[in-house]
Design a protein around this ligand. Structure first.
Ligand SMILES: Cc1cc2nc3c(=O)[nH]c(=O)nc-3n(C[C@H](O)[C@H](O)[C@H](O)COP(=O)(O)OP(=O)(O)OC[C@H]3O[C@@H](n4cnc5c(N)ncnc54)[C@H](O)[C@@H]3O)c2cc1C
Length: 507
């Protein structure tokens, strides 16, 4: 069997139920923030005939999906693993456009190259047959059979979760009572992720490569519910893609399509105040004093920051949120190429449970790190000057709840990262550096991410689905949130959906 792509489950069954909407007129919409969520919302609102103005603080769209240009290098600063292209297509379709006219998406193969402490490597493929062969070659035939069963399991998870629990506005926990909930319970979706994965996969190498995705959700595989294995479906089964021109080509393309379809985009327009009258937001005011009146306001800044800085009074539930671990990224322009590296390389240390324990429970830096090295110039040499190479290194770290002074730690940790990667397959890395940029939780916070957590509030059970902050702002008749701080959650696929869910509150 080879994987044939995403099951087409995008019909609306449970989701066609009546949902709560904003009150009053909805003709004139102001969207604050041109992150992927804000862009997704703006496209759908424009497609439905609304008059949309998009106000973005920066000079370019994308937010966390940002761009750094230096000395002929073009670095992506945020997401590098692009999954679920049908959700991008869905956003373009909302204005009658199609992805291929705006973006060249290349499948990444292998999806990941996993490096283990015992010196072995495993290439992860989306094609199930190819992956079975790889697992049989590296580990053994019986593990390949377990992998096949695991793929069946996560494919079912995706089918049962997508319509009823992810791609849907959920107003109360009772909305979850659908036939798919019973199916999820029956297949063990509410057991813990790590033991559930171990039911299919016996080797620690496959267990790690098919459960590390829990980290994206801010929970450990030991603590996460098995329903979170749906993230493993999204990347390791449905495939990973890379846009020609780098990840930032995605927000640029969405913004260009939005502009073509009538969205007025104002860059370098930081909103500093929201005018309010009788429970309605009436206008967004920018730093330079411009006033943009609105019938409805859509807010894409990080949800807790939007409450605090723009809406005035943060609800107690939002104040109590727990945040995901953070990350330090090191972007490097280099004269050196490493033949053994693929586009995405995950380097696992010996420690595994200990990594999550340190990051989440002990709030300390990893003593035996697992990390990601992405080499974007591997698939798009134009991202670096001729003959040069670009590297994106991501080390998970605790968020700013930890007692770490990043002003002091930044340089020390950068040196430690370099020592670690030189020992793990990149000899001579430091001496070949031509350009570099280090981003720590301190900088993420300065960019407007609560607790310096770029992956938003953690997806613990009580911060997921109906328990995640709602997208309708309590106390306002016409304010809607979009982005990773609200439902459904973090990551490129989820925030594209979040833009759609925000628009559905209005249209
Ligand atoms: C280092 C890193 C690695 C990641 N890796 C991956 C990955 O590999 N795969 C994946 O799927 N996801 C990944 N993610 C997560 C993903 O990037 C995010 O979940 C997603 O991009 C968030 O989009 P958003 O629209 O919610 O928020 P943002 O991108 O933060 O958008 C908010 C926008 O609002 C603007 N704004 C804020 N305040 C104001 C204001 N007052 N006035 C006007 N504008 C304002 C900001 O400038 C920004 O453009 C990663 C994130 C980071 C940071």
């Amino acid at each position: 069997m080879s994987n044939t792509g995403t099951p087409r489950t995008r019909t609306r069954n449970a989701a066609s139920k009546k949902i709560r909407k904003v009150k009053g007129p909805t003709e004139k919409v102001v969207v604050v923030g041109a992150g992927l969520a804000g862009l997704s919302a703006a496209l759908r609102l424009a497609g439905a005939g609304r008059e949309v103005t998009l106000l973005e603080r920066e000079e370019v769209p994308g937010g966390r999906n940002g761009l750094l240009q230096r000395d002929g290098y073009r670095f992506d600063t945020g997401p590098t693993v692009l999954t679920m292209p049908d959700l991008i297509e869905d956003a373009f379709n909302s204005v009658g456009e199609t992805t291929k006219d705006w973006l060249e998406l290349m499948p990444v193969s292998p999806l990941y190259r996993a490096f283990y402490a015992d010196g072995s490597t495993l290439d992860v493929h989306a094609d199930t047959k190819q992956m079975e062969d790889e697992i049989a070659r590296v580990i053994g035939a019986s593990e390949a059979i377990g992998y096949r069963k695991y793929v069946d399991f996560v494919t079912k998870l995706y089918k049962y979760e997508m319509n009823d629990f992810i791609d849907r506005n959920i107003d109360t926990p009772f909305d979850l009572l659908t036939p798919n909930l019973a199916k999820l319970i029956a297949i063990g979706g509410f057991r813990r992720l790590a033991p559930k994965v171990a039911q299919f996969l016996k080797d620690p190498r496959t267990q790690r490569v098919y459960s590390f995705q829990a980290m994206y959700a801010g929970v450990s595989p030991q603590q996460a519910l098995a329903i979170y294995a749906v993230i493993a479906y999204m990347d390791s089964v449905a495939g990973v893609f890379f846009p020609k021109g780098g990840m930032h080509a995605l927000p640029r393309a969405l913004a260009a399509a939005a502009a073509k379809h009538g969205v007025t985009i104002k860059y370098s327009s930081k909103v500093t105040r929201i005018e309010r009258q009788n429970g309605r937001a009436t206008a967004a005011i920018t730093e330079s004093g411009e006033r943009y009146p609105c019938d409805v306001l859509v807010l894409n800044p990080d949800l807790p920051v939007a409450w605090r800085d723009l809406l005035g009074k943060t609800p107690a539930r939002v104040k109590r949120l727990r945040y995901s671990p953070s990350a330090v990224t090191l972007l490097v322009g280099s004269s050196k190429r490493y033949e053994g590296a693929a586009h995405h390389n995950i380097h696992f240390g010996n420690s595994w449970d200990g990594v999550f324990e340190e990051l989440i429970d002990k709030q300390s830096l990893m003593s035996d790190p697992s990390f990601l090295v992405t080499v974007p110039s591997h698939d798009d040499p134009d991202l670096a000057p001729p003959g040069k190479h670009s590297y994106y290194i991501l080390f998970p770290t605790p968020n700013l709840d930890a007692n770490i002074d990043w002003k002091v730690e930044k340089k020390r940790y950068r040196d430690q990262i370099l020592r670690t990667i030189e020992a793990r397959g990149y000899p001579g890395f430091e001496s070949a550096i031509e350009v570099e940029e280090v981003t720590t939780p301190m900088e993420w916070e300065a960019m407007g991410m609560e607790r310096g957590a770029p992956f938003a509030s953690a997806h613990t059970f009580f911060q997921t689905g109906p328990f995640r902050p709602r997208n309708l702002a309590r106390g306002f008749d016409n304010v809607v949130f979009t982005g990773s701080g609200t439902q459904p959650g973090v990551g490129v696929p989820m925030v594209l959906i979040s833009g759609k869910l925000a628009a559905e509150r209005i249209i």
